[in-house]
Design a protein around this ligand. Sequence first.
Ligand code: NAD
Length: 480
Amino acid sequence: MTLDRTAFFIDGDWAAPASGDTIQVVSPHTEQVVATVPEGTTADMDAAVAAARRAFDSGPWPRMSPEERIDVVQNFSNLYAGKLGEMAELISTEMGAPLSFSNLAQAPAPWMQIEAFLGIARSFPWEETRTGVLGTDVVVRREPVGVVAAIPPWNVPQFTIMSKLVPALLSGCTIVVKPAPETPLDPYLMAEILSEAGVPDGVVNIVTAGREVGAHLVAHPGVDKVAFTGSTAAGRKIAAVCGEQLKRVSLELGGKSAAIVLDDADLAATMEGLKFASLMNSGQACVAQTRILASRAKYAEVVDALAETVSAMAVGDPLDPATEIGPMVAQRQQERVEKYIALGQEEGARVVVGGNGMPDGLTSGWYVRPTVFADVDNRMRIAQEEIFGPVLSVIPFDDVDDAVRIANDSEYGLAGTVWTGDVEAGLDVARRVRTGTYGVNTYTMDFAAPFGGFKSSGIGREFGPEGLAHYTELKSIYKP
Ligand code: NAD
């Protein structure tokens, strides 16, 4: 079966592209072309925004009751649930995530998001009446923010589309999605499901394109809100444009999260936890715990345990269910990670496991060797910059205060974890680290609660009632 596509999803139908430009989707494992899809131009994007604008300004969707929209999104959820295996395999094929991760997070987690948002929407205060200070009633409504531009990255494509699409739909917004060029295939399957679910024409429009066309979408006068997930560098540019135009904007950006291993932690359980928290998606995760903080007293023990754990991880074909670490998404990403591995050595850090070169037994594919650096100072670039690959830095601390100081000594503030035998002591640390999410002896996101970043990790929150509220405008109506 071919994965090739020839059209865009615009106005509820398959629309011919404005140009003959194409994107070749290349398997990061085989380096062979697995599919060809059209590449969107500004003309395609204009058509998508026009359709979303019409659907918002004069279509049924924003005028339906929240309950009616919930019914349609529930249909979407039920149909999506039947496609999880297909979706997981598609994402692993296009961007190389190990199937074990795709079967956990790339497909089922987006579906769990839909269900969580449905539950939240059922009890959301769409319209409430308050008694005002003058003794008369005030009706407080939450109305849809308008046409939403959703721009996700390639690393968790459905996960980062769904966190925008579902609250937009439930609020009565219409939406234009611009998937990343590395992951254009999964949105086609999603479009088919949306169509079957009965989402009205023009409510969802999807045009895959590169950065310039993404920038065109952000600046488009027909767009009311931009919801972006990606690098901090791109987030700054997008925020500047939205600031100038007074557009609503939410940004989910990069991270350099710290895992603090306290002396009373169960080391075996901690290592099992860090395999996921630090190396999920082959290290291509915004929330990856890439700085491992260990006390000077336990430093050698933690380094040895981490070295043993990482060197035992299975690296290889993402479609092999036993694989734990797959290739990097693209050759440029492989080169970028290798540059950081070389830089770490120049900065004086010690390679304990890994280093540059292909992993054993592999001769092709955009692989890097999972690498653990010891003797890392938090001021080194490998400890400050987001590498986005399976590269971990172990940093020593003097005491808990010092560990919190080091964790906070970062431009970023997205996530963090603490590993300890004393959950109360862990919660105490959690309260002191300036990040939007934090885990005690785990890092499992919960879609009932807000997710997002402090500092350069972003503005705004996704998930929870807070994530739904971002797609609404508040209106107060004063009654006589
Ligand atoms: P990226 O910023 O290069 O691209 C992300 C998306 O934005 C792509 O679709 C790209 O085409 C588009 N884009 C880039 N520049 C743009 C511009 N100026 N205007 C409009 N669109 C533009 O990021 P990436 O390499 O695809 O993704 C990796 C980054 O995403 C990492 O920094 C990672 O931490 C971050 N990320 C964050 C979260 C989170 O929730 N905080 C989740 C996943 C990934």
